[in-house]
Design a protein around this ligand. Structure first.
Ligand SMILES: CC(=O)SCCNC(=O)CCNC(=O)[C@H](O)C(C)(C)COP(=O)(O)OP(=O)(O)OC[C@H]1O[C@@H](n2cnc3c(N)ncnc32)[C@H](O)[C@@H]1OP(=O)(O)O
Ligand SMILES: O=C([O-])CC(=O)C(=O)O
Length: 370
């Protein structure tokens, strides 16, 4: 038995949800470029769950269930109020999502129908939780979700209490489409491992949020913003990046386990970052990002991943830096739950082996002789 560090290149399951073949990403066989150009996030969520795009009436039905499920229990709001000052936003989301199970009588119902319904509930409630947390920590009352608007619209509305601009809604909706699923990434794998024990969907999504939080995965989008703030201005980019690379430090938002010639989602986020910069009349973050890319690609051959330009996109939308990874979760919960449903539909416990490299032939030594 020989271990493969980080399971690189190991094929751990079959799946018909998303594919990365020769650097091309598809959801249910549809190229991400096509979806980014034309689909709404709600259509994509339906596509991931059901395997095909919805008809107009199927989409309307999904939207009305999302509206119905968007409010969160009052007990969850009371719990969020008790979180200590300075609580990490992903830790808050992980805790609140775990607690949601306590208020869902169907949490333990393992029928396929009940699990799909819970997937829709989770998709509907995550934006409400993130927005409520963001307001409560500022001493403001949470804003109740609106009916009849998209998830992107509702999230921005619940965050600010104001009607968002159409351009902001469109940008966030496209970002949600681009983040929705990504084959067997670490958080999706965590979700599948958890539910393969036949644990419930809330446990699977809680595990996934924990895995997404780390800076080698979804947490990289926040880390990119920390880096942009540290750099401060375009004049400092070259010295900062060269110094980091010389010290063999990682540049957040670059590199990928699967893509070696670039992440197909990054170009859409780069375009969005430029367009939003032009609209707000502030291109500084975009221009700094482009310069960082030139240097990192030039010196290391590494390309930006999905997290790199999303940092400047979300900042242009006025979103605080520590909500970037929770927004990733708001999108990715569609993919996580699709994978959980797929895992349940043909389940086998996921239990690999470890190559033992510790000492052998040891004996118990009584405590007084140690
Ligand atoms: C949504 C997402 O999860 S996308 C990924 C988000 N994460 C990041 O942006 C964090 C920065 N990137 C990284 O840490 C990595 O590229 C990962 C985690 C994404 C992929 O990791 P792995 O496939 O394990 O690659 P690994 O970390 O082994 O890197 C291979 C080599 O490239 C280097 N490298 C990889 N990424 C970077 C980077 N961002 N900056 C500098 N060097 C890097 C490593 O130092 C290593 O060099 P070495 O062979 O000289 O030691
Ligand atoms: O696939 C991965 O390893 C990480 C990633 O890009 C994602 O989850 O979107």
């Amino acid at each position: 038995m020989t271990a493969t560090k980080g399971l690189e290149g190991i094929v751990a399951t079959t799946s018909s949800i998303s594919s990365i073949i020769d650097g091309v990403l598809t959801y249910r066989g549809i190229n991400i470029d096509d979806l980014a150009a034309h689909a709404t996030f709600e259509e994509v969520a339906y596509l991931l769950w059901h395997g095909k795009l919805p008809t107009a009436s199927q989409l309307a039905e999904l939207r009305s269930r999302l509206d119905e499920y968007a409010p969160i229990p009052a007990e969850i709001i009371e719990q969020i109020k008790l979180y200590p000052d300075g609580t990490n936003a992903m830790a808050a989301l992980r805790s609140a999502v775990s607690a949601l199970a306590l208020y869902d009588e169907a949490a333990g119902d393992m029928s396929a129908e009940a699990n799909l319904d819970k997937a829709i509930k989770l998709q509907a409630k995550l934006p409400t939780i993130v927005a409520a947390f963001a307001r409560i920590r500022e001493g403001k009352a949470p804003v109740a979700p609106k009916k009849g608007v998209s998830i992107a619209h509702n999230f921005l509305y619940m965050l600010t209490g104001e009607e968002p601009k159409e351009v902001a809604v469109k940008a966030l909706d496209q970002a949600l489409v681009l983040h929705a699923d990504h084959e067997l990434n670490a958080s999706t794998f965590a979700a599948r491992v958890t539910v393969a024990t036949l644990s419930d969907i809330y446990s699977g999504v809680t595990s996934a949020i924990g895995a997404l939080k780390g800076p080698l995965h979804g947490g990289a989008n926040e880390a990119v913003m920390v880096m942009l703030e540290e750099i401060g201005s375009i004049d400092n980019v070259e010295a900062y990046i060269t110094n980091k690379l010389n010290n063999k430090e990682k540049i957040m938002g670059f590199g990928h386990r699967v893509y070696k010639n670039g992440d197909p989602r990054a170009k859409h986020l780069q375009k969005m970052s430029r367009e939003l910069g032009e609209l707000t009349g502030n291109l500084e973050l975009y221009e700094m990002s482009v310069k960082i890319e030139e240097l990192v690609t030039g010196q290391k051959g590494l390309k930006p991943n999905v997290d790199f330009y999303s940092a400047s996109v979300y900042t242009s939308l006025g979103i605080p830096r520590d909500l970037f990874t929770p927004i990733f979760a708001i999108s990715r919960v569609s993919g996580w739950t699709a994978h959980i449903l797929e895992q349940y539909s043909d389940n086998r416990l996921i239990r690999p082996r470890a190559e033992y490299v510790g000492p052998v032939n040891q004996r118990y030594v009584p405590i007084e002789q140690r």
